[in-house]
Design a protein around this ligand. Structure first.
Ligand SMILES: *Cc1c(COP(=O)(O)O)cnc(C)c1O
Length: 253
């Protein structure tokens, strides 16, 4: 019977060993489709894990981290500020929390409304470089509630591009959960096609944020430039975020 390699790696080893295993998966997936491994950024998703776990990953060479919850993320960014890490906010974002994110992170992956983009731009401190932004696209239709509809991406992209505090980099998606690799591949391919469409119109975007612990190979095959990997590096997360005052439900409101 086949045994899930992710489960084994997750339960049996240390953060540096799991990180190494993930980097090898990325390299192998790139090799398969003739891409350079450096063309894919590994974003280590550290949500719900303590600062000590992040330090373990940093000691093993990891520099880019993703957080989902505003208060938890800001606390970690602040605690580790002397390390000069690269912090990405990847969770859903409420408009009353845009300031904290604009002040502490260098990327935001899940912008799906102009109002959020405008507030992030206005709150970005002028002393910092423009905030890198991806637009989250709903590539799963009725099966998903988050993300802008594909037919509305162009309009949102054009409106976001001109905001002075932001640098629009590309698109992000979280397809519906499925074991169907062909279906998943078609979702990722759909996101890539959208990016190419935007670039045909001259938007000059370079980022496809897609793929997680379970499906990073499929995402890389379809052109991912950032994979967001949590479980395969840090282990299984508690089901609920560790900070009840900043829950996913609240952020979705
Ligand atoms: C939690 C999360 C991830 C990481 O998922 P894993 O399956 O643990 O790798 C990636 N992207 C987003 C947006 C997430 O919320």
């Amino acid at each position: 019977m086949p045994v899930d390699p992710i489960i084994i790696a997750t339960e049996a080893s240390t953060i540096p060993a799991r990180l190494e295993a993930v980097n090898q998966r990325i390299a192998a997936a790139c090799l398969e489709v003739g891409r350079r491994p450096e063309s894919v950024l590994l974003l280590a998703v550290s949500k719900t894990f303590p600062v000590t776990s992040i330090r373990d990953a940093v000691a093993a060479g990891q520099r880019s981290f993703g957080e989902n919850y505003v208060q938890e993320g800001v606390e970690k960014v602040t605690a580790l500020s002397s390390l000069e890490l690269d912090w990405h906010f990847i969770g859903p974002l409420q408009s009353n929390k845009t300031r904290a994110v604009a002040e502490h992170f260098s990327w935001v992956h899940a912008v799906d409304r102009l109002k959020i983009a405008q507030r992030l731009s206005a709150a970005r401190p002028p002393s910092l470089p423009a905030l890198n932004v991806c637009l989250q696209v709903n590539v799963s239709g009725e099966l998903s509630k988050s993300g802008v509809a594909p037919e509305e991406v162009m309009e949102l992209a054009r409106a976001t591009m001109v905001l002075p505090g932001l640098r629009l980099r590309g698109l992000m998606a979280i397809p519906e959960p499925t074991d169907d690799v062909a279906l998943l591949g078609s979702r990722f391919a759909g996101l890539k096609a959208l990016l190419q469409q935007l670039n045909t119109e001259g938007l000059g975007l370079d980022t496809l944020s897609m793929g997680m612990s379970q499906d990073l190979e499929t995402a890389i095959r379809e052109g991912a430039t950032i994979v967001r990997v949590g479980t395969a590096i840090f282990g299984t997360r508690p089901r609920k975020p560790s900070l009840p005052h900043d829950s996913a439900e609240e952020d979705k409101a």
